[in-house]
Design a protein around this ligand. Sequence first.
Ligand code: ZN
Length: 228
Amino acid sequence: MCKITKKFVFSEKDDGKRRLICRECRRETLHSIVYSYNERGSQDCDGGYSVDWDCKNQIIQCLGCETVSFRTISTCSEDMDYNDDGMYYPEAIKYYPGRSVGLKSIESDLLPYNIRKIYEETMLSIDNKQYILAGIGIRAIVETVCKDLDAKGSNLFDKINSLREMSIVTSEGANTLHKLRVLGNDAAHEVKAHNSQLLELAMEIIEHMLDGTYIIPSKVQHVFPKNG
Ligand SMILES: [Zn+2]
């Protein structure tokens, strides 16, 4: 019968600074490790076989925006890899809340409510590496924008072309929207997970479109209100 043993220890404040991903700054910034609660465990099985693991549970703080969050760093004797120096145990690092580098969050409170909800959930999917849902979300944003702008046509292909004819998007913009349409098709119908680089690029394009269609016009309206 297997016997599991675990030991937990608090680690003193780590004075070293680390470059970690900040959810608010959306890039790597200097962080301090505020506290670490470390678990070390092992499971001894019949035949002298054992599995060992190690997990650091850390409270971290960005030294730029001062946001506090959480990360875990774990290794397991069952997960090993090799490099030029020989065998090693790769660290699995998870952040809570999830986050991604590079994507800037737009001022989503200036978007129409239904577009804002889909946009925010799609961003959450990317931050938490839910890439199938993110692909479906990207297509849903394109569809909802077409509906909101009253694009004509019975399918998304025609509606995107209608946006171009209405001069809401340029020819290049329409071509890009068609690429996103296919991206969402693949995710929805073939349950295909896209890689994070492709999805982050797709979101950058979506943000550019939302910025030009809703956010900048809303700011212009605020700064230069219509007379009467
Ligand atoms: Zn920060």
